[in-house]
Design a protein around this ligand. Structure first.
Ligand code: V55
Ligand code: FE
Length: 494
């Protein structure tokens, strides 16, 4: 008999799903473009068992992976749990054994030393496998078609670090998976490693570096030959874990840093550019090289935007200061001071979950999209975390400065979009945007397609699910060529 916590983190809008299954040929409103052959994967946290602590964090839930397979003008849906080591151990015990988010001190004695990962943050196909990713643990490999779990990998022993990234960038020229791990010398350590994994699954580059202070190194950018990291003041220390407080606190006394290093080096060239007073960035839209300058485009706020991680000095969460605005942070490699050159506002509509046409990762680019928050719009659904403001999708034309938005209506909320090119050769931005729209009144989700350069018109197709998916994190579109080609040379499993 499962008794989940009776508070807004687990009930109402955030009620758990825990449903694994298949639906062949989803009901469609409009038309599924015939040429669309591939799959959209996304993930949400969905605790398998009632958590050990009633105040368990959203980020601590077990990863539930959804696949929408597009082919021949139809869409098939599949949903499975990522069978992490944690999921399997708890499944066998019939209850939660691991404790609080990123706090190994709260785990049952029986699971001490086991991999704590939940694979709940991002999913992407590379080298013929679905990578299910969480930044505190290694890469979990799953079957891209069946969603069966193979298990954690260290890439044939080549990647000997305990953590992986949930925000890789695929180099559009080499096809390399570019990523990093942080806290690689153990929890709360400043040691980090950059790496690249080629399209066959071989680790081809590794470079060690040290972050200026322990931080949530959640996302990064590639900019041509460089890797670019943003260090924002989410930090922690052992006293926090010993006292059972949330893993991260927001320390306004710490500077904001941009780190730049060559992707083909050993990390010893890493240069940190500081900015004070600090700002906070989380997800990266893109980065690119402009002569001696590097631009990193990302939504930033003047304090941390995650309300469940407290301010270190105890002050209450300030929603105004936490609003994130798309901005451009510029550093100059020719400068002889280690100071960020400028932070300029790029967008008007506040938002997060930035996306681009991924064929332009690390290059000069024109088009970006985000979920945006239109605070002026009404909301009819039940109250709760995330409810009411995750209500619009905005296209940012960075060449003209124009923005256009679509509001999902008073009953619904949005999940992170992804871009699908019309064809491999089509121009930047020519294609579709794909995103889940969750209706909080009917409790159904629609997977929607938009004309990516005309989002204001609204969905051109809706695939209708008979359930509402839980608010999720990240996902990606994978063209069929990558699903089938990769299968032939699937990497050696650990
Ligand atoms: C984030 C999300 C995480 C996590 C650390 O959005 C940072 C930021 C879903 O899990 O573990
Ligand atoms: Fe993220």
């Amino acid at each position: 008999m499962a008794h989940f916590p009776q508070h807004p983190g687990f009930s109402s809008v955030l009620r758990l799903i825990r449903l694994q299954g298949d639906i062949a040929d989803l009901e469609i409103e409009g038309e599924v473009p015939k040429e669309l052959d591939g799959a959209f994967y996304r993930v949400h946290p969905d605790p398998q068992f009632p958590p050990k602590f009633a105040d368990d964090q959203f980020f601590n839930g077990d990863g539930m992976i959804s696949m929408f397979r597009f082919h021949n003008g139809r869409i098939d849906f599949r949903q499975r749990y990522a069978h992490t080591d944690k999921w399997k151990l708890e499944n066998a015990a019939g209850k939660a054994l691991f404790g609080a988010y990123r706090n190994p001190l709260t785990d049952d004695e029986a699971v001490k030393g086991q991999i704590r990962g939940t694979a709940n943050t991002n999913v992407l196909v590379h080298a013929g496998r679905l990578f299910a990713m969480k930044e505190d643990s290694p890469c979990l490999l799953m079957d891209a078609e069946t969603l069966d779990t193979h298990g954690y990998t260290d890439f044939g022993g080549d990647l000997d670090i305990p953590t992986f990234t949930a925000h890789p960038k695929i180099d559009p020229d080499t096809g390399n998976f570019c990523g990093f791990g942080y806290a690689v010398d153990g929890p709360l350590t400043r040691a980090a490693r950059y790496f690249e994994i080629d399209p066959a699954g071989k680790v081809v580059r590794q470079a060690n570096f040290t972050v200026p202070y322990y931080t949530m190194l959640h996302d990064f950018g590639i900019a041509g030959d460089y890797a670019v990291f943003n260090v924002s003041p989410y930090s922690s220390d052992w006293s926090v874990l010993e006292q059972g407080r949330p893993h991260f606190y927001y320390d306004r006394a710490l500077p904001f840093y941009i780190g730049v290093m060559r992707r083909d080096g050993d990390g010893s060239d890493m240069r940190w550019f500081a900015h004070e007073p600090s700002i906070c960035g989380c997800h990266v839209m893109n980065a690119w090289v402009d002569g001696t300058k590097i631009h990193l485009d990302l939504p930033v706020s003047s304090t941390g935007s995650l309300p469940f991680f407290p301010e270190k000095d105890g002050r209450p969460f300030n929603p105004q200061e936490a609003v994130t605005i798309l901005s451009r942070v510029t550093v100059d490699l020719a400068s002889n001071t280690d100071i960020v050159e400028s932070v300029t506002q790029l967008g008007q509509a506040p938002g997060e979950f930035p996306r681009i046409d991924d064929r332009f990762a690390g290059k000069p680019y024109r088009h970006g999209w985000q979920i945006t928050y239109d605070f002026a719009k009404p909301y009819n659904g039940p109250a709760g975390p995330f409810a009411g403001v995750i209500n619009s999708i905005t296209h940012y034309d960075l060449a003209t400065g124009k923005e256009q938005s679509w509001w999902c209506g008073p009953d619904s909320a949005l999940q992170e979009p992804a871009f699908i090119p019309r064809s491999a050769q089509s121009a930047e931005g020519d294609g579709w945007l794909i995103a889940l729209v969750d209706n909080h009144l009917t409790n159904y989700s629609d997977l929607c397609l938009f004309d990516a350069l005309d989002v204001a018109t609204g969905p051109v197709m809706r695939a209708k699910l008979p359930i509402r998916l839980r608010q999720g994190l990240h996902g990606n579109w994978v063209p069929a060529a990558k699903l089938t080609a990769a299968k032939d040379e699937a990497m050696t499993l650990a």
